[in-house]
Design a binder for this molecule. Sequence first.
Ligand SMILES: [Zn+2]
Ligand SMILES: [Zn+2]
Length: 244
Amino acid sequence: MVKPENKTKTILGKKSQDTKKDSQEPVSQPTKKDSQDPIVEPTQKKRVEKQLTKEERREKKFKKFQYQEQIFQVGDVCRFFNENGDLIGKIMEVLSTDPKDQDFGKLRVQWYYYKKDLNQKQIKLSNKQFDAISDVEIFPTNHFDKTFVQTINAKCTVKTLEEYEQLEQVGEDTYFTRASYDLNKKTFKPEFKEWETSCSCKLPTNPLQQYVQCEACQEWFHPACEKTTVDDENFLCSKCKETE
Ligand SMILES: [Zn+2]
Ligand SMILES: [Zn+2]
């Protein structure tokens, strides 16, 4: 599988660390502006502008837009490239469709963190616990931001862990999520210790790690934890061996 980190084809801005953690909702500026301006279309074309009151006009949301021949809409999870590097976010709102408005061409996004965005010390996990967090795992956060439409790189597919494990082929930009992350409290919801585990080590399942299945109980184990190898075709876990 291609790791998302390796697909940095069209970086629109320079990488600078930690500025995205600003609480002041910094605007992510693409350094190179695309010649193609985003076309933003209102979803409710039937309504006549004149009939709307000021209040209604302000409340009117634009839910769909076209950018580089692809339709995006509010709720889509996308990969973005801006001056903070490679980010994943959910489109929450199209901010303005008025070219004279300073927010024209900007989206309000909810950032989803990758494992690389988490600080192991801050979340108080051991090395083994941190290894259980997957590189194809993302965490919705309470970090909101504005970013230009031109920083969109690709649309993503977000699955649950269960769905992810059922996939026969994992497409590009497919991730799973099993918890959200609160960047103020530095905590997950549900908590790490509540995540579904596998193996005798009782660590959360990481679909990118190798496991062997016990013939008897059908549970999955890390070969190293059970002192075996992935090639063991008649593997019995230590617990089942005891009761045999
Ligand atoms: Zn284990
Ligand atoms: Zn077993």
